[in-house]
Design a protein around this ligand. Structure first.
Ligand code: SF4
Length: 224
């Protein structure tokens, strides 16, 4: 992995981590081939993020400062993006913040419209944001949280060594695939049913599966 100063073209969107964990082909279609299809899931996800993001917005709630849509990047990992919300809590072990007295603990929060994911992709995305913030602010961030719209609550995420390692490995894989510039072949899985790129991807056509087999598989997945 490069460690020298790099150009913007070398940076990948950290939001792509979620796509990458969901399906590498999906990530490649979006980030290498620039394909994008909205579906109900992505549209509701965007609406939630639009409500959350406002780059110039900082407010205080009691002893907590809230910064929404904070742009972040890591020179080391060559990723860039934005945090939905960064909370700054008064903490004697925290860092100084320009224009504010005292010291503050940094706590990133990501908003998701759905429910907690089994693959850990959301935790990795949040961890990637924390890694950027740590590099930018020269601070250690031990934890953050993800708010899930479907369950109406936050889930804590501890940035343990294992999660950090997994996140860095995934980012390195993304860079390797991006450098090769090739999109992995389609492989039909259960995830394809909720994928907004299914029409572009055509996972079953790639395998030359007949329409009747496709319908049969969809029915089986539904438990019909
Ligand atoms: S349709 Fe399936 S194989 Fe194709 S991009 Fe989506 S999840 Fe991946």
């Amino acid at each position: 992995m490069k460690s020298l100063t790099v150009s913007d073209a070398d940076f990948l969107a950290l939001s792509g981590l979620k796509h990458f964990c969901f399906c590498r082909r999906r990530w490649a279609l979006v980030h290498i081939e620039q394909q994008w299809q909205e579906n109900a899931l992505t549209v509701s996800g965007h609406l939630m993020h639009e409500r959350v993001h406002d780059e110039n917005f900082t407010e205080s709630r009691g002893s907590v400062l809230l910064s929404r849509g904070m742009p972040v990047r890591s020179q080391k990992l060559r990723i860039t993006g934005a945090c939905d919300l960064v909370e700054l809590h008064r903490d004697e072990n925290g860092i100084a913040i320009c224009g504010r007295s005292g010291t503050w603990r940094v706590f990133p929060v990501e908003y998701k419209h759905g429910e907690p994911d089994e693959r850990g992709a959301d935790a990795m995305q949040l961890c990637a944001q924390a890694l950027c913030l740590e590099e930018m602010l020269a601070v250690e961030i031990p934890e953050g949280a993800i708010y899930y719209g479907k369950i109406h609550r936050r889930v804590s995420v501890a940035f343990r060594a294992e999660l950090r390692q997994q996140t860095i490995q995934k980012i390195e894989e993304m860079h390797r695939l991006f450098a090769r510039g090739c999109t992995p072949k389609a492989k039909w899985t259960k995830a394809c049913k909720s994928c907004s790129l299914v029409e572009v991807c055509q996972p079953l056509l790639t395998k030359r599966v007949s329409a009747s087999v496709y319908v049969q598989r969809m029915l089986e997945e539904d438990g019909s």
